[in-house]
Structures are given as C-alpha cells and as structure tokens.
Design a protein. Structure first.
Lengths: 307, 431, 176
C-alpha cells in the first residue's frame, strides 16, 4: 500500500482511495498517541525539515511533533518573507535544505503553488503545510478524520463552511476532500469573500447564515484575517459577527448532534462566540490531536523508498 | 549587394499581388518585382546577384511589430537592443517598436537618441522607439512629445503602467494630435485588477491566485474610446485580450471612429488560462491569458477587421525571475520568435488568410506608426521575410536569439518558420 | 510447486501441545498474556487462549500487535506496510507475555515485536510461541514453544492458512 506520489501538494491531486488510506493509517497512529510511549521508530534515521516562509506556531509544532513521534530528526527553518524578495531564490533554499539530507520538506509559503514548484525539482518528499490561498491538505485530512471519528462517516453529511472562503486554503482543501468523499458542502459568508464561481464545483452558496446552517451535520468555521477589514471585504468585525458569527442560537439551527469545528487560532467574538467554542458541540481540541495522527500518517506513507 | 529572390509566392496586399514573383534587390532597395507567368521556369543566371530560390515559400513584406520590450537601457540582463533585434530578425520582423519602460524610462529625447544610436550600431532590424506618455511613466504630467518625436519616437505609451488618471489620458490624446501620432493604451484598471496575477474565474479561485477580471481591461478600453471620441486623438489599444474589449472596439469602429485601432498578441489567440494551471510562470502575462470564449472572440476580431494588428508584446525576462513563486514572477512572454509560427497556425487552420496575416503584421502596423514599409514596392527599402510553410518548427526556447526564454510554447510544433529575413537588402538566413 | 506440511488435525495437535508446554513452563496461567503478531499470529494466539481455558478454566487475555512501525527495513522497502491496529487489552507491565506468530523465519519480526511490546510496558518476561519454525535465523532469537520444526531452503516459502481468514487450516511449503 502507498500513495501514488512522493509528495503531498494538495487534495486536488488525491483520489478517494488515497484519502481513505491516509485516514485509515491515521487511526493506527491515533492509537499510538494514546500510549505512554508515544514514539515509534518507523522513520528512524530520516530527516524532516520544516521550511516555513510564513510564521505559524500551530502547524509547525504539529508537524514537528508528528515527525519526532516517528523518530525522524527535525530541523525548523523560518525564512522571513521580507528577505525572500532580495535573498536566495526559493529553489536555491530548497536544494540547500535537501543537500543537508532532508527526506521530508514541509513547506509553508504565502505564495500559492510553491509546493507544486518544488516537488518535481526535489528528491525529498514535499508536504504542503499551506500555500498562499491555495491548499492546506493536512488540515482538510485531519478535519475529515475528526468528522469520521465523531459521526462515523462522511458520505451523505451536510457540511457548512463559514467565513472567508476566497482566501482560505483550509476551505479549499476541505471543499475538494469533502466532495471526493461524497459529502454535501455549503459555503456561507459575505459575497465579497465567497466567489460565485465555486458553485461550479457543485457546492451551495449562502450569504444568509441562518438559512445556510439549517440542518447541517458539521459547522466548519474559518478564521477571519483581521487584515481583511478595511480592505473592503467587510466593513467591521462587529458587523461581520452580526452576520456571520457563530452564536449558540445559530449553531442550534444545525442538527441536534451537529459538531462545530475551527482550524484555529480562533478570534473569539469575531467569527465564533466563546460559549460555542467551549460548548458541547465543539470538537476543536480533538482536531488538534487528530492533526498529529494525520500528519504522522502522511509522513509515514510518503516514507517508502523511491526508485 | 544585389539579391535575386525567385519563384517565391509574394503576398503584398498594398500592391495587390498574391502570386509567384521574382524580386530584384539592389542597394538595399527593391529594384523590380516581376510576376512569373510560368513558375516552373528557373531564371537564367544573374551574375553579381545572390540568388535565393524561394520556390514553395511565401515572400512577405518585412513584418513590423508594434509592441516589444527591448529592455535596454537598464535591464540588459533581460535583453539588449542587439539580442532583441536579432530575435526580431529570426522571427521575420524588419522593424520593431520598443516600449519606453526601460531604466531610465524613455520619456525624453536623450533616451530616444541613445536607443536609436544603439540600434544603428548593433541592430539587425529597424528600431522605432515609443516614448512615454507621462514623465517617468508616473501618470502625472505629460512627457515632451515634440522633442521625443523629433528624436525619432513614432508613438506614445505608458505600457506596463496604465494611465489611471482620465484627465491625463484626455490631455495625451489631445496633445498628440499636434504630431498626428497614436497614443498606445495599456488598458487596465489597476484598482479593479487588485494586484491579480491571472484571469479571474473558477481557475484562479481554485489555484489560490488573485484574479484580474476581464472588466479591468474592458472598462479602460471603453474609457479610452470615449476619450478618443471626445478629443479626436488617435488611440491604439494594446494587447486586447477579452471578448468584451473586442466588442467595444467593434462598436467604436461601427460608429465611425476611424482613429481607434487595436492590437492583440499571439498568446491571446492561441492559449487560455489553462496554461497556468501548473503554476507555470512562463504563462504569466499581463493582461492575463483568458478563456476559450475570449480566444474565439479575438480570432473573430482579427477576421472581421476589429483588431488591426498582431503584435508580440515581446517581454523577455531572466530565467531566475520566472523560476520560483508564481506571485512574484514578472509578467511577460518572449514572443518574437514564435509569433509568425502561431499566426501561421491560424492560416493552416483556415482561420486567417495570408493576405490578412500580412495586413495585421506589416501593412497596418506601418500605417499606424507611419513608418513606411509594409510593402515590397519598387523603390522602397528591401524589407522582406521568406517563410517556409512546409517546414514544421519545434519551439525550443534554449535556441532563441532572445535572452528571454520565457515562453509557454516550448515544445509546440508550429506549421511554418521564417527561413530568411531581408532588412534593407541585407540577408539574414538560418539555412 | 506446493506441498502440504500440516493439515487441520496437525495444527490442532500442535496447538494443544504448545498450550500444555506454556502451562508447564509457567507453572499455570496466572499473569499470562498472549500477544499475537498481526495478522496470522493473532489467530494462533486466540486458539491457544481457547485451549488454555479448556485446560485451566481461566480466561487468558489476548492482544494483537502491529509491528509495521518497528520494522527494520525502512531503507529497502518500496512501499510502507499497512498500519494495523495494536490492541492489548491488559496492562502488560509485570505480566508474562507470550508473543505468538505463525511462522518463525529470520527473527526480524520478533525483534520488532519485542520492541513494540517494550513500548507498551515492561513485562516480567517475554516468551515466544510459533506454529512453524522454518530456520534461517538472522538474529539470536529462539522460540520457547514450537508447533513444528520444518527445515527449509531459502528459496522456499512457508505459509500458514487459517479458517479465520476464510481458508482451510493448513501449512504449505512453496517453491519455484
């Protein structure tokens, strides 16, 4: 068993079998994470490099821990975005990292397509940890894993994704993944941040959150970037919360056993009310734990020897 | 040097010629063009002439490119006047109009003179400089049109830096009437374009790339047409890429606005936004590659005369600039050496006649900038190109004469290739 | 080419005998835990447990152990082995753990299994029970309980087929 490529650049390039394999493998690792000794020697002797061109404590920590739990050595390289304009080219940096002996290069970058650029140019496995506004495949995989854990299945569920769809790589990866596994997807948010074109992918688009949440199984909230305020996407966070903030009353429009997800970090009171974030529907912390298992699964499956 | 081209199929709409001819060249000028009654007969030996057998080939007036970036002065690592004109000759062009976005900007006579002196010393085709509309291309105050015109500029444009200020555009269109020179407009509403890097649509959303809506171009095309109407100035719209722009120009011409002309580029009638799907920065160009419906509308516009000119928007860049983050890569395609092949593809598919091709790539450009050329009439400069329609050409950017290897057409097989370009009687051939 | 080494009856007898040996060696079944190696070993472990209950009247916990993450061939294999579940129903620290596998060959799986078990806790002892020992050890590992010793050559393979996997119970020797 294995994935068909040496890299994980996006959900777009995976088929249903690949996704199932990763989720299946992840449940084995979830098991490992429940033990006293949470480390296995599966990738002993391998080296993982977190090549982060964008600050991210959360995702980097998750990948770092996943890699360590598989017994790989981990190096973190943070490149500040300001220095890339003048400094070393992307390709030179990546080749340098590879020359250090990296087997896995986990890359995050503010520009879409960077993992796609690097993957064919490197022998190392490239894992996309978020590229621009394109994709964040491991986040979507951990979301699927969490949904399946909570609801036992994905096919046939109604999933609402709420917020800044246009700029959200999490939303994009989730849309592709959920569609591939047979869920029905609704996108909810201000029309300035929910491109109409996405309707062509077979998803429903709502600007009215109350209607959009009606009877859904899953509410997936997105983080609102504060920088979008004042760029004309929405007038203020107060108005945003009024229209698209997840309150308890709104969450109750979903199915009784619906769960609330958020990729973090949350803006409490902007996109989600605290009582919902901490409420019984919330599976936000499960997502974090599952992220480890899923990232271990991805590294493990990409870790085979290549011809 | 005397040159004799025999048995070639001459297409010269200005003279009404579309048939087998013999052409005599002497002293850099066309001496005589003689229609051949019996093409099978090879002419007797002509002592003192270099004889070129063009049997089975097209002989066309030298092509004129209204829109190239030669990058010199300032960006010699991308292209120089020497390499750029060499690429032009290879591509079948005997004259190119070079855009002013150099460093320094060609916004005054001394830069114009520098370009022309370089061209005289190192060029392998005629270089026709285009001066900036505004000083420093900053879009604030008009540059010195008269002084630049006297130095040799044939048109004015802020290409690459659209004139956002409608009043300035109005003044440019008015003031250029003094010299009866065209204002070449790069139509793009920068605010609406929103820093986009490709066409806006489902593809841009799913690639996570900022999109530029077609309307960013169309709004400015409409504005500039209105301003041309208001001022009576001559407006030439650069690189038309959308169906809406074609419609706007068509409507303007229908209203009888003779002073409005338009150009498109080979990439806009050859490929769609799909070319950027794998984040290939060689397909990053501004305006961006659009959709199939736009490509069809552009072809339609070429056919019905809405679009007057095929120009390359030759925009060479260094490999290091195009390799890497798509967002950060500069826009542009190195187009001089694929333009004829891509246009001939339209001919091969029956979408364009040879006569129309010559009109779009030689006759109309010459008329718009008043440069002379565009015909093989006796007494004119001997500027011609010989194209072999039987020879397929596989695009290999590594073999480009241009320093810019940035082409999305690498590996394409094109149906014809220039085998010789004759500029002022000098023969450049690659046989 | 293929030759049957053990049939249903042979396997049953071997398991009965091994059960008796386990009881004898451990002086009963107290604090015993059987851990089968995925996948064939798990079935053998269950059968042994049933037999032990038959004899001693006590339920012996049976676990399943996945060794995929502990294998030593990371740098040679083309594709990663499937990760299966490890389920050990009891705390194994201070237990007498009997690792169970169907075929003992190079000993590498057992090495991996011992590491995997050690990561789960600190057993009092680890013993090894295998249905077939075909020789060719590459590590200093020896089984405590062997159903049947079968000398083989390296170009042969030994497969144990079990009813739990939808086959007829037998052990088969195959060669090219």
């Amino acid at each position: 068993m294995g994935l068909k490529t040496k890299d994980l650049v996006g959900i777009k390039g995976l088929d249903r079998d690949d996704i199932e394999l990763i989720l299946e493998t992840a449940s084995g690792f979830k098991d490992v994470l429940g033990r006293d000794i949470k480390k296995v020697p599966a990738l002993r002797g391998k080296t993982t490099v977190n090549l982060f061109y964008e600050p991210s404590t959360r995702t980097r920590t998750s990948f770092e821990l996943a890699a360590k739990r598989l017994s790989t050595d981990v190096i973190n390289i943070s490149v500040s975005t300001s220095s890339i304009v003048k400094g070393e080219t992307l390709q030179d940096t990546a080749l340098t990292v590879q020359a250090l002996g990296a087997d896995f290069i986990i890359v995050r970058h503010a520009c879409s397509g960077v993992p796609h650029f690097l993957a064919p140019r490197l022998k190392a496995s490239v894992v996309n940890a978020g590229d621009g506004t394109n994709e964040h495949p491991t986040q979507a995989l951990l979301d699927l894993f969490t949904i399946r854990e909570k609801r036992g299945k994905i096919e046939g569920l109604d999933v609402a994704i709420v917020g800044d769809i246009l700029h959200s790589r999490v939303a994009k990866s989730n849309i592709y993944a959920l569609k591939k596994l047979g869920a029905r997807v609704r996108l909810i948010g201000p029309p300035t941040l929910v491109p109409r074109e996405l309707g062509e992918l077979g998803v429903e688009i709502y600007s009215d959150m109350d209607r959009g949440l009606e009877d859904v199984d899953i509410i997936m909230m997105l983080r609102i970037q504060m920088e979008r305020q004042g760029k004309g996407f929405f007038p203020s966070t107060v108005e945003y919360f009024r229209n698209w903030g997840l309150t308890k009353n709104r969450a109750d429009r979903a199915k009784k056993d619906a769960v609330v997800m958020h990729p973090g970090p949350m803006n409490r009171g902007v996109e989600i009310a605290s009582d919902v974030a901490d409420g019984k529907r919330s599976v936000i912390l499960d997502q974090v734990t599952n992220g480890l298992a899923v990232r271990m699964a991805v590294l493990y499956l990409l870790g085979g020897v290549r011809g | 040097m005397k040159v004799f081209i025999q048995n070639g199929h001459l297409v010269d709409p200005r003279q009404g010629i579309d048939g087998i001819c013999d052409i005599y060249i002497e002293g850099g000028r066309i001496q005589k063009v003689r229609k051949k009654k019996n093409p099978a007969v090879r002419s007797a030996r002509l002592p003192g002439y270099r004889v070129i057998d063009a049997a089975g080939m097209y002989v066309l007036p030298g092509l004129i490119d209204l829109h190239v970036h030669l990058r010199e002065p300032g960006y010699e690592y991308k292209e120089t006047i020497r390499t750029g004109t060499e690429a032009a000759a290879r591509g079948g062009f005997t004259a190119v109009c070079c855009m002013p976005n150099t460093r320094p900007v060609n916004d005054n006579a001394s830069v114009t003179e520098f370009i022309l002196s370089r061209a005289r010393n190192e060029g392998t085709c005629t270089v026709l400089p285009i001066g900036a509309i505004s000083k420093g291309q900053k879009g604030e105050e008009l540059a010195e049109f008269t002084l630049m015109h006297e130095a040799g500029c044939v048109a004015f444009s802020d290409d690459g830096r659209p004139v956002m200020d409608s009043l300035l555009m109005r003044r440019a269109l008015e003031y250029s009437r003094v010299h009866d020179l065209p204002i070449i407009s790069h139509c793009e509403d920068l605010a609406l374009a929103g820093g986009g890097v490709m066409n806006e649509g489902l593809l841009s959303v799913t690639l996570g790339l900022r999109g530029i809506p077609a309307q960013a171009e169309e709004i400015m095309v409409s504005r500039d047409i209105s301003l041309a109407e208001l001022t009576g100035g001559r407006l030439h719209i650069a690189h038309v890429s959308t169906a809406g722009s074609v419609a706007a120009v068509r409507a303007a011409k229908k209203r009888g606005l003779a002073a409005v002309t338009a150009e498109t580029c080979p990439h806009y009638f050859s490929i769609t936004e799909e070319a950027v799907r794998e984040y290939d920065a060689n397909a990053k160009v501004n305006p961006p590659l659009r959709r199939k419906t736009d490509v069809e509308a552009i072809r339609e516009g070429l056919l019905d005369g809405t679009i007057d000119v095929i120009a390359t928007d030759h925009a060479p860049h260094h490999r290091d600039e195009k390799e890497g983050e798509f967002d950060l890569a500069p826009s542009g395609i190195s187009g001089l050496e694929t333009a004829v092949g891509l246009a001939m593809k339209l001919v091969a598919n029956g979408m364009l006649s040879m006569t129309t091709l010559v009109e779009k790539m030689a006759v109309n450009p010459a008329r718009i900038v008043g440069s002379g050329g565009g015909t093989v009439a006796p007494g004119t400069d001997a500027d011609l190109v010989i194209i072999d329609p039987r020879r397929e050409y596989r695009v290999d950017a590594e073999k480009f004469a241009s320093k810019g290897r940035n082409t999305p057409f690498g590996g394409w097989v094109l149906p014809a290739v220039p085998v010789a370009t004759i500029w002022k009687g000098k023969v450049y051939s690659w046989e | 080419m293929r030759k049957e080494l053990l049939d249903k009856k042979d396997i049953e007898r071997a398991i009965t005998r091994m059960a008796h040996e386990i009881i004898e060696k451990n002086k009963g079944v107290r604090s015993l835990c059987l851990v089968g190696i995925q996948r064939g070993g798990v079935h053998i472990a269950r059968r042994l447990s049933a037999k032990l209950r038959e004899i001693e009247g006590l339920d012996i916990p049976v676990g399943s152990l996945d060794i995929a993450l502990y294998r030593d061939d990371i740098n040679v294999r083309k594709e990663q082995p499937v990760v299966r579940r490890t389920e050990v129903p009891c705390e194994i620290s201070n237990k007498k753990v009997v690792l169970v596998d169907d075929v003992l060959f190079t000993g590498r799986s057992i090495r991996a299994a011992m590491d995997a078990v050690m990561d789960l806790g600190r057993p009092a002892v680890i013993q090894l029970a295998v249905l077939v020992d075909r020789g060719h050890r590459e590590l200093p590992i020896k089984a405590d309980f062997v159903g049947k010793n079968i000398p083989t050559s390296l170009n042969e393979t030994v497969t144990v087929e079990l009813s739990e996997e939808g086959r007829a119970d037998k052990a088969v020797l195959e060669w090219a």
